[in-house]
Design a protein around this ligand. Structure first.
Ligand code: NAD
Length: 353
């Protein structure tokens, strides 16, 4: 197949890991006989420096015409003045809104060789393989806000249509995996959660009766995620609960450098990025872990280009590299030798077969 991929390297380690993802996609194209075209554009701090705008019009045009968008990371101390009116993250938020990506998918998978990097006991982590599907464009983060001298308010609104589309996406995903969906809400207190639960129960009964549905209150979910993480398959939840639970879930692995994400909407076009930031403390050193970015490229192959076989090949190549002992600085244990970003990338490309 032929596809156009917008590449937005951004700031800090963003360009290093984006380059790794591109090299892997190039290797996939060679091996499986596809043609991937890349169009590299500015976003974030570097875009502010060069154009004054964290998401220049040329970047938006490129993303609109591409089949998929890959992002490295944005931000860094140079642009972190809280009083600045133009900030790197504005570029990312605007890009998500422009692409209308309402679902954020974060797979969390434990590599047996890396259990030592997690703060949890190995026996709790055995077999963890879950995805959190977070609603990304509604709820309290987007409701009307107000403030006066002694009070403030943030309105939380969800419509039936917003709940249906995210639950439907999560249920389909569960159908392609182990067939289990856990919906997280706070229906004992919040009206939006009661609507969420009603809509979810109806939709699952009418359209996905083969999927096993579990419903948890968010406080209980936070606990169960640490006490029995391997029981979960797909977790679906609203924006703010998802924000918190995805960060909690990411700590199961103990390393930000391993975890990918995909933001999807109604069309096949998606936004793919590692969950980590621009890591200014290691920028320019060539030691960033490219696995999260490369795993995000695998999600791009699967969700935007429909290339499941190729996506699995990349995921297996990452697993193989880890099994063979390839370790960047963030995941190296005492006594193991450490390799660079480019060496880890080459190791993964070598494992594609
Ligand atoms: P961070 O994820 O950039 O870094 C946290 C720690 O993890 C650092 O010690 C870093 O060295 C390490 N780390 C992160 N990714 C790594 C990798 N691939 N390999 C090895 N080590 C890695 O988070 P932060 O320090 O809180 O934020 C730094 C900047 O990134 C800030 O400006 C923040 O706003 C921005 N940020 C951007 C995004 C994004 O672009 N989506 C997400 C989070 C943070």
């Amino acid at each position: 197949m032929e596809a156009l991929i917008a590449l937005l390297p951004g700031d800090g380690i963003g360009p290093d890991v984006t380059n790794s993802a591109r090299e892997v996609l190039d290797a996939v194209a060679r091996k499986f006989d596809h043609k991937f075209h890349f169009d590299e554009q500015l976003i974030g701090g570097i875009a502010i420096d060069q154009t004054g705008d964290p998401l220049p019009a040329a970047t938006i045009d490129c993303c609109n015409s591409a089949d998929a968008v890959f992002l490295g990371a944005v931000g860094g101390p140079k642009w972190s003045d809280p009083n600045a009116t133009v900030r790197p993250e504005q570029g990312l938020l605007k890009l998500r809104a422009t692409l209308n990506v309402f679902a954020n998918l974060r797979p969390v998978k434990i590599y047996p060789e890396l259990v030592g990097a997690s703060p949890l006991r190995p026996e709790i982590l055995a077999g963890v393989d879950l995805i959190v599907v977070r609603e990304l464009t509604g709820g309290i983060y987007f409701g009307k806000k107000s403030r006066d001298a002694d009070s403030a308010s943030d309105l939380c609104v969800y419509t039936v249509a917003e709940i249906e589309r995210i639950v439907r996406m999560a249920a389909k995903l569960a159908g392609e995996r182990r067939g289990r969906l856990c919906s997280v809400d706070k229906a004992n207190v919040l009206e939006t959660s009661r609507l969420w639960r009603d809509v979810t129960n109806r939709l699952m009964r009418d359209e996905f009766s083969a999927i096993e549905l579990e419903t948890l209150l968010v406080d209980a979910a936070a606990m169960h995620l640490l006490s029995r993480p391997s029981d979960f398959d797909v977790i679906v939840t609203e924006n703010m609960f998802g924000d918190i639970l995805t960060d909690e879930a990411s700590m199961l692995t103990g390393s930000l450098g391993m975890l990918p994400s995909a933001s999807l909407g109604d069309s096949s076009k998606g936004l793919y990025e590692p969950i980590h930031g621009s890591a200014p403390d290691i920028a320019g050193l060539g030691i960033a872990n490219p696995c999260a970015a490369i795993a995000s490229a695998a999600l791009l192959l699967r969700h935007s280009l429909g290339l499941e076989r190729e996506a699995v090949a990349v995921e297996k190549a990452i697993e193989r590299a880890i099994t063979n002992g390839a370790r960047t600085a963030d995941i190296v244990a005492r006594g193991e030798s450490q390799i660079s970003t480019s060496e880890m990338t080459a190791e993964i490309i070598g494992g594609l077969g």
